[in-house]
Design a protein. Structure first.
Length: 136
C-alpha cells in the first residue's frame, strides 16, 4: 500500500507533470520515468540514437537542447567556454593623488594657515594693548 499526501483541493504533493525531465534523456509519463525515445517525438537538433544534443546537453520536454556550461547553439555543438576572470599582473602601480584630492588638500591647508595667522595676529594685538595700558 503506497501513501501520499493530498491537499484539501485534491492536488497530490508528490505529483510530477508528464513531460518533466527525470534523468538524462528520460521524461516522466504517468508517474514513471521512461526514455525519451519511447515517445516517438521529433528529436532535438544534433541528436541521433547514440548522441543527444551533440553529446553536450540534454533534450528538454519542449524538444530543445539545454546545453552544458561551455557549449551553445541550437544543437550544443559550438564550444564557447566562459572567459577566465583577468587578474592584474603584479602589484598595481600607485597613480598618485587625483586632481580633486589636490584641490581639497590645498583648500584645507589654506584655511588652516589663515586660522593660524589670524589667531596669532589677534593674540599679538591683545598683548600689545596690555603692554601699553600699563600691565595687566
Amino acid at each position: 500500500m503506497s501513501r501520499h499526501a493530498v491537499l484539501e483541493d485534491g492536488s497530490d504533493l508528490g505529483y510530477v507533470e508528464d513531460g518533466t525531465p527525470c534523468g538524462p534523456n528520460m521524461m516522466c509519463l504517468e508517474r514513471r520515468c521512461v526514455p525519451v525515445m519511447t515517445f516517438n517525438l521529433s528529436v532535438c537538433p544534433g541528436s541521433s540514437t547514440s548522441h543527444i544534443c551533440s553529446d553536450h546537453g540534454t533534450c528538454s520536454n519542449e524538444v530543445k537542447c539545454i546545453c552544458d556550461s561551455d557549449y551553445t547553439g541550437k544543437d550544443c555543438s559550438v564550444y564557447d567556454p566562459l572567459p577566465d576572470p583577468q587578474l592584474p599582473e603584479g602589484p598595481e602601480k600607485y597613480k598618485g593623488p587625483s586632481g580633486t584630492n589636490i584641490i581639497i588638500g590645498s583648500l584645507a591647508g589654506a584655511i588652516l594657515l589663515a586660522a593660524i595667522v589670524l589667531g596669532g595676529t589677534g593674540w599679538g594685538f591683545k598683548n600689545i594693548r596690555r603692554g601699553r595700558s600699563g600691565g595687566g
